[in-house]
Design a protein around this ligand. Sequence first.
Ligand code: A3P
Length: 322
Amino acid sequence: LDEGYQKTHKNFDELLPTLPTRKGWWMHQLFQYQGFWLSAFGIRGIMLVHDHFKPRPTDIIVATSPKCGTTWLKALVFSIINRDSYDFSDHPLSKASHQDLMILLELHIHGSGSTSLVDGLASPRVISTHIPYSLFPERMTEGSSPCRFVYLCRDPKDVLVSKWHFSNKVRPEELPPLTLDEAFESFCQGVSHEGPFWDHVLGYWKASLESPEKVLFFKYEDVKKQPWGCVRKVAEFLGVPFSEEEENKGVVGEIVKLCSFEKMSSLDVNKRDTRNRERPVSNSDFFRKGEVRDWVNHLSPQMAEKLDQITEQKLQGTGLSF
Ligand code: A3P
């Protein structure tokens, strides 16, 4: 690694022990860095992105707070961008792991210690991330920067429930299960991966209002209601709108079907336990119910009310609501 990388790694090693820490939801401790609760690998990845990532005008960043539908959005963007390259009856999304089809920027860069692998990807690069908007370097977020972001968020009550289930799936066996009360308290305090949840959402929401040509913002609930409209919006935003011929051939519907929860969760590659030492999270862990309002089956009315109050307070005056 050259001197520049060594410097970033050294800065990270010196910084980490000075940061406030809290217990993580699964295997990682969380550290508070620039207003967000992150895993150590996340912070190292973010610092490397900040110092070394070279954005290209064609880059498409698929951004989410965890459990907002990352897997779904990745599949939609991948199939929209690559729709001329594959036949829907024999599509890579039906065979390959979604974890392989699109890298998670901070995890990937943390893993290799440098941006070399990301630098080697062919354009247009479609890259997924959980990095909060304010933690990207200015050369990616300022007005003149050419890279684009597609963001998906979700009702925090469903995010909490999804995250709680996910945590218990991926927690090491030696740890007792995370109780819903513990998860609820931490979530309300903002202490969850890439939390506070509301700050993550607001960073992208405000950017989408200021620079609509740069950040496209969706809610999970809206994509569920009108997947066709959302697919068309993404394609237009990315500069590859559907032609009349494609519309007539039903390409939008093919994409919606290919990326649906029913289709994706029934694939062999997503049903199998694919866990290994390098990748402790199985493909199957990313699929549970894929429904809106499953929180009613888990949260007490008091919990829901408290979360709604926090959401209202945090989003007041922003024009955003759930
Ligand atoms: P639930 O736990 O509520 O079922 P992420 O991909 O950000 O980790 O989010 C996972 C959540 O998205 C889970 O929610 C999962 O079931 C749901 N999900 C995964 N694939 C989906 C798809 N193709 N369509 C809709 N929801 C999907």
